[in-house]
Ligand binder design. Structure first.
Ligand code: SD4
Length: 290
């Protein structure tokens, strides 16, 4: 089924897709829809994997990764950003107001303040408690589908048929200090080519990075695969290269220029939220490991 406009996001994030849809319905560009849609989850302190309330690294610091990509193929990202609630918006400013595409850590934070963003404490009481609990064993192990609500990767096609995408996350809980995942890295956590389509990822970022998953999916669609076939092949690439796939999750979503969508994961538990003219629904993804 192909629908234009359309908004699709990783996990169960109906408020985000609703916001993005509203922007598009009012004639807005996919890029604005993406930014505003992602901001909804970033501002939600209960979501422990994005923006404020995100689970910290091993040392108790909340560090955020995000990127955005527009219909011209322009890209902006922030990695290892602290104390700023809306990394997706800072990523957009990097894209629009600097000669660079990625800003990291302190430099990204200083840039954000210069752009008028406020300093905020992102470690909520709930996330601090969870971290203190974790410290008792300090066992680092990626957990499959921590909750049905995680890194938000979002793709949108507006009324003009133009595609944009974004991805925002606090990364893996209790990661090493300094760790950066796939989410803010072009071609891994996100890739958009307005002539072909877009893709974005969630799950164990190291595996997405090693296979440049989102770029792979867009290139497979360029060669004629459907979004569904392309997502399945990209997951296949991971599981064929890493025999430990039983211990980690990766999920991909994709959309092509026609407004057809696809999604696939290694394990059960991944889902997508899709907003079309008809409805705003959460759909369980098909998965590899039956
Ligand atoms: C990362 N891919 O930092 C992100 C985390 C994630 O569901 O998507 N969790 O590796």
């Amino acid at each position: 089924e192909s629908t234009i406009p359309v908004v699709i996001a990783t996990w169960n994030v109906p408020n985000s897709t609703k916001k993005a849809w509203e922007v598009i319905e009012n004639g807005g560009a996919a890029l604005d829809a993406i930014e505003q849609g992602c901001m909804v989850e970033e501002a939600n302190a209960e979501g422990q994997s994005v923006g404020i309330g995100g689970l910290p690294d091993r040392d108790g610091n909340v560090t955020l990764d995000a990127c955005i990509m527009n219909k011209e193929g322009n890209y902006g990202a922030v990695v290892y950003l602290q104390n700023i609630k809306h990394p997706i918006s800072v990523a957009r400013k990097v894209m629009e107001n600097t000669p660079h595409v990625i800003l990291a850590g302190k430099g990204a934070e200083q840039f954000a303040y210069a752009e008028g963003f406020q300093k905020e404490n992102l470690l909520t009481e709930a996330s601090k408690k969870a971290w203190e609990g974790w410290k008792k064993t300090s066992e680092y192990k990626p957990i499959i589908n921590i909750e049905n609500h995680d890194t938000i990767g979002m793709l949108a096609i507006d009324k003009n048929g133009d595609i944009s995408g974004g991805c925002t996350t606090s990364g893996l809980a209790y990661k090493m200090a300094g760790r950066v995942g796939d989410s803010p890295i072009i071609g891994s956590g996100l890739f958009i080519d307005n002539e072909v389509g877009g893709a974005t990822a969630t799950g164990l970022g190291e595996e997405v990075l090693k296979t440049v998953g989102s770029f792979l999916i867009v290139e497979l669609m360029r060669q004629g695969k459907s979004p569904q076939e392309a997502c399945e092949e990209a997951i296949g690439r991971i599981v064929s290269k890493n025999k430990d796939f039983k211990d980690f999750q990766v999920g991909y979503i994709a959309v092509n220029k026609k407004g057809e969508t696809g999604y696939f994961s290694i394990h059960e538990g991944f889902s997508v939220t899709k907003h079309s003219e008809k409805e705003n629904i959460n759909i369980p993804s098909k998965f590899f490991n039956k």
